[in-house]
Design a protein. Structure first.
Length: 473
């Protein structure tokens, strides 16, 4: 689909640059590729691209920070590519008004779709965000599931839409809520949190909206509610799925009109807040059961953010452990290092309590470990004592060997192998390996083939034979 458009790619990796050129060559009339900020600026001095695709870390500087001063028309769409994969990078990309942000490794089909949408949109100014004071805001990890969270938070920075954060207990819903506040338009206002499950049902309305003196027994003076306390900022309604139906009706009215009155009061007050709600419950089931108002659910669920459980982002555990060790050291706990076997045990654990449980375990290890280096035995002991029974450490290669031995023994006991025992086992192992790699690279077959060390055509052929959908492995 050749157009009259011009695309400029700023990427210092020749292999990635070549792949993108081959992928996008038919999407434009002119495709230019440069590998540094200096080359980019020289090219921009003589050309006016319709789209810029840029890496962040370049040999002579930061591709995001230096772009606004490069003479680019403010309405030129920009797609940011980055292997940094942090919330800071996502928000800084939004800060220059970028059209999209794709963490590396990215899916070529996703890149193509983003390029087509950006070119179709044309030269329209995008909302920019002041991203000068950003950091991780407590969000740790670079797993693909977390990248989706970072991208959503970055896109929320330029608006005031309601947000519903979904995730199991301990996944960090309040941390995400605080990050949304800290990177948003209301970051200079207050962040006020209330746990709906911790408030007696008869006091919820007074807690949310405040009350006048004499409104009920014990109301000896006027009290401001959470909506008033959060005015100009963000109101975080934690465990919204536990809110009683009668209070849901009142909350819905406030969200519809942006007005409320205190309990016992008659004056209409302005609800000047961004509402962020969170729950570990399955909200659609609560709606179907009549325990949560459907209209309120849709008012809150304007932008959903789904947090992955820790067992689905095991690659982030090492970084989280380092974060908790550093935080503990600043609080006076002993500094610790973790032996490779100890870290592998932590990465194999299922963590039903998610990040909160991991933080608790790391704190206990910091106190109870006998030496500076935490061992696998230390981890086994703490997990066992906390109710999370950990198996004795076995090297991953040994685990695979034992599993193969068990499988082969059972297969040979029932048949002679039917002459297919090798091919059957090969298919089982290969399918598991392909699925894991595809999940890690978010379905990018080119990157999966590179990591596997096989030809891309070979990978495609085997995926078809194994009936594996690369987009949903």
């Amino acid at each position: 689909m050749t157009t009259d458009k011009t695309i400029l790619l700023v990427e210092d990796d020749p292999a990635i640059s070549l792949i993108i050129r081959e992928t996008l060559g038919d999407e434009c009339a002119l495709f230019a590729a440069v590998g540094s900020i200096a080359e980019r600026n020289a090219w921009l001095a003589d050309h006016r691209p319709d789209l810029i695709i840029t890496d962040v870390v370049l040999p002579d500087g930061d591709g995001i920070d230096t772009l606004p001063g490069a003479g680019v028309a403010p309405e030129t769409p920009v797609i940011v590519l980055s292997a940094q994969n942090t919330l800071d990078t996502a928000v800084r990309a939004q800060g220059i008004g970028s059209y999209d942000y794709l963490p590396k490794p990215f899916d070529l089909e996703e890149l193509t779709a983003s390029v087509r949408a950006a070119l179709a949109r044309g030269r329209q100014p995008l909302a920019k965000v002041d991203a000068a004071e950003t950091d991780s805001h407590g969000l740790i990890g670079r797993a693909p599931a977390m990248q989706a969270v970072y991208r959503t938070i970055a896109r929320l920075a330029s608006n005031d839409l309601a947000v519903l954060i979904l995730g199991e207990s301990g996944t960090g819903k309040e941390v995400v809520a605080r990050a949304i506040h800290a990177t948003g338009l209301r970051r200079n206002g207050p962040f006020v949190a209330i746990n709906m499950a911790a408030i007696p049902r008869e006091l919820i309305e007074a807690e949310l909206f405040g009350h006048e003196k004499g409104a009920f027994t014990g109301a000896h003076s006027r009290s401001a509610g959470r909506f008033e306390q959060a005015s100009g900022g963000t109101l975080f309604l934690d465990e919204i799925g536990d809110m009683p139906l009668e209070a849901q009706t009142r909350l819905l009215r406030v969200l519809q009109t942006n007005e409320y009155s205190t309990v016992g009061g008659s004056q209409a007050l302005k609800a000047d807040v961004r509402v962020v709600a969170a729950t570990h419950r399955e909200m659609r089931s609560l709606v179907a059961e009549g325990r949560f108002r459907e209209d309120l659910f849709y008012r809150l669920n304007v932008i959903p953010v789904s947090l992955p459980p820790l067992r689905d982002r095991r690659s982030d555990i090492a970084a989280l452990v380092r974060h908790f060790v550093d935080a503990g050291r600043q609080s006076g706990l002993p500094d610790r290092e973790f032996a490779p076997e100890a870290m592998q045990l932590l990465e194999r654990h299922d963590w039903p309590g998610n990040v909160r449980e991991l933080g608790n375990v790391v704190q206990r290890l910091a106190i109870l470990a006998r030496d500076t280096v935490v061992t696998a035995r230390d981890v086994e002991t703490v997990l066992r004592e906390s109710g999370g029974m950990a198996p004795a450490f076995t090297a991953p290669a040994d685990l695979i060997a034992h599993a193969v031995d068990d499988w082969a023994r059972e297969r040979l006991a029932s048949t002679d192998g039917d002459g297919a025992i090798h091919s059957d086992l090969e298919a089982i192992v290969e399918a598991a390996l392909f699925r894991r790699v595809l999940r890690e690279v978010r379905g990018n077959q080119l990157e999966a083939a590179r990591r596997l060390g096989i030809n891309r055509n070979t990978l495609r052929k085997r995926l078809g034979q194994l009936d594996i959908d690369p987009a949903h492995p």
